[in-house]
Write a protein of this length. Structure first.
Length: 119
């Protein structure tokens, strides 16, 4: 059983930065892909960024060049560095540990952390 705990969300002005963290416990972290999803009110949950067990990354077009996903296997933690934030980045951000070493879209979820981009 894996437990995922997100942190780092908050209120930030447009153009600002935040770094989200997701600490995993209870599983072999390095063998699985990890991902960040987000869900804004009235919208479907969408993939923001993912990273395979081998370190390959994937980003939504809307965040390419602004967001960076990384992982630290020793700390069992995945990060999402978010720069040049826009109001449309406002959402609840969820960490997911995939069931596979690649990004399948199926896995275990954290509780989420709210990110609000507003002046």
């Amino acid at each position: 059983q894996v437990k995922l705990v997100e942190s780092g969300g908050g209120l930030v002005q447009p153009g600002g930065s935040l770094r989200l963290s997701c600490a995993a416990s209870g599983s072999i972290f390095s063998s699985y892909a990890m991902a960040w999803y987000r869900q804004a009110p009235g919208k479907q949950r969408e993939l923001v960024a993912g990273i395979t067990s081998g370190g390959s990354t994937k980003y939504a077009d809307s965040v390419k060049g602004r967001f960076t996903i990384s992982r630290d296997s020793a700390k069992k933690t995945v990060y999402l560095q978010m720069n040049s934030l826009k109001p449309e980045d406002t959402a609840n951000y969820y960490c997911m540990r995939d069931n596979y070493s690649y990004l399948s879209g199926f896995g275990s979820w954290g509780q989420g952390t709210q990110v609000t981009v507003s002046s």
